[in-house]
Design a protein around this ligand. Structure first.
Ligand code: NAP
Length: 306
């Protein structure tokens, strides 16, 4: 066996699982197709992770979490999972896209979730040329320009606030007349002079030639259709889980989020899941970390029975 435990996905859930598993002396590998941090790196600044009075940058928190886990012996590898085979009881083979494979007694899936698309004309064509799903990555390109942020959840409102550092004006376009985001974040948006809330409105089309030049929007109440001239559209309309690679090995809900019990156990013995890829009501860094710790503890006890 190569490892006792392989953790797939190096966001806060995975790194915390790695910390707890390594400290419990399990031979543990954390695997990710990119670097560490996961969705956490999609935001620049984190204000609601305990212990950081003035907040912390997502890059710093990622580095600290990873180094803390590595201090106890967590091994790290880049690799994209193609599919997983249950070879026998307490023996899984993780097949990678590059043709290599890793054998392990147990698995924790912490692959997280990524942005949903709006599915409107122009979105796909202009992705990377005016359409973005990451304000931290692309905000800088919109210095002094008019842009739109779509959505009414924590991500949309928080990232609209972040984008005020760069943009001249931000249209926050929401399909209802009430935001879904946390109260304190909403209040900040209402007070921000650069943000104009556009209620009850959907984007019908993203316009441009080589790059975005505007959007066509529709007011759902009046039916009025109009064009807004702008150069960037940031889309934050929810998330979808990265769980397709698991196939039918474990049970998922209708949206693809992994179903677990309170010990983070999936429907397949020996496979656990934690963080945003799991079916659950609250998606926060702190809840991801708690679930990662719980999953590692559960694996430790599962392997003791080996
Ligand atoms: P979310 O909470 O699901 O919100 C998605 C928003 O997009 C909603 O306002 C929704 O409108 C809107 N929407 C969905 N589909 C749409 C469509 N086709 N067209 C137009 N609008 C559409 O997603 P999220 O903001 O990405 O957050 C995901 C999870 O992460 C949440 O649990 C959130 O609390 C958490 N999160 C937390 C923080 C933080 O605490 N700092 C930061 C970011 C995210 P309706 O409101 O009408 O449904």
């Amino acid at each position: 066996m190569d490892y006792q435990l392989v953790i797939i996905g190096s966001g806060p859930a995975g790194m915390t699982a790695g910390l707890y598993a390594s400290r419990a002396m399990m031979k543990t590998l954390i695997l990710d197709k990119m670097g560490s941090g996961g969705q956490m790196l999609k935001t620049h600044w984190i204000d609601n992770y305990p212990g950081f009075v003035d907040g912390v940058s997502s890059a710093e928190l990622t580095e600290k979490m990873l180094n803390q886990a590595k201090r106890f012996g967590l091994e790290e590898k880049y690799g994209e999972v193609s599919f997983i085979e249950a070879v026998s009881r307490k023996h899984f083979r993780i097949n990678l896209v590059d043709g290599n494979s890793i054998d392990t007694n147990a698995i924790i899936i912490t692959t997280g979730a990524g942005p949903k698309t709006l599915n409107v004309p122009g979105e796909k064509e202009f992705t990377g040329r005016g359409v973005s799903y990451c304000a931290t990555c692309d905000g800088f390109f919109y210095r002094g320009q008019d842009i739109a942020v779509v959505g009414g959840g924590d991500s949309a409102v928080q990232e609209a606030l972040f984008l005020t550092k760069f943009a001249k004006k931000i249209y926050l376009i929401h399909r209802r007349d009430r935001l879904r985001a946390t109260g304190v974040v909403q209040e900040m948006a209402f007070k921000e002079p650069k943000i104009e809330l556009v209620w009850n409105t959907t984007i019908e089309k993203i316009n441009g030639e080589n790059e975005v030049t505007g959007i066509t929007v529709k007011n759902k109440i009046s039916g009025e259709i109009k064009e807004i001239a702008l150069t960037g559209v940031f889309i934050y309309v929810g998330i979808e889980p990265y769980t397709d690679f698991m196939g039918d090995l474990i049970k998922k809900d209708s949206l693809g989020f992994i179903i677990t019990d309170e010990w983070m156990k999936t429907s397949c013995e020996g496979i656990y899941a934690a963080g945003d890829c799991r079916a659950k009501p609250l998606r926060q860094i702190i809840t991801a970390c708690g679930e990662g710790a719980t999953a590692a503890y559960a694996v430790e006890h599962y392997l003791l029975e080996l």
